[in-house]
Design a protein around this ligand. Sequence first.
Ligand code: HEM
Length: 158
Amino acid sequence: MSVPGREREIYIPPIDPRDIASPSREIYGVMGEANIVRMIDDFYRELEASSLRPLFPLDMRAAALRSAAFFVGLLGGPPLYHQRHGNPMMRARHMAFTITSRAREEWLACFDRVLAHAVARYAFPAPHLDGFRRFLRDFSLWMVNTAPEANETPRRPD
Ligand code: HEM
């Protein structure tokens, strides 16, 4: 049940998820699972230090592991997220959180800081970096569920 004055209009982003190109599935073969887990751990450290911190649970390490399971499958590895947590349905899973385009910009900025060193630190294959960045830009647009004029304070559901 929603609290009066706290209802939120659902925002539909201007993108069709079927038009989003997946990143190359060769990436996993080069990086391997351990490097992907380390990369996502570092990304969650960036999120932890960002203004998005209140959106995330106390246990960031556990949150990072759920996210890493998704990226392992996405980048060409075994479907760990499906196996552990079921169908990803990412937009639906993010619906519980207030995600504005400003939150998306911050999320992308956190990922950018990690990707700036990804070739050297996690053996990310350089030729696939641009495609991965493009995927993150497009797919994160699909996660936006709240119009900019709404209350922009990041918060977890009550
Ligand atoms: C647009 C900006 C985004 C924001 C602000 C955001 C925020 C969040 C939040 C708050 C959670 C819940 C954490 C928890 O309670 O454990 C989450 C989970 C997750 N997000 Fe995002 N997210 C964004 C975009 C994305 C994108 C683009 C992807 C994939 C490419 C993604 C993948 C995931 C995954 C895999 C999880 C774990 C779901 C689970 O706990 O089972 N997110 N995100």
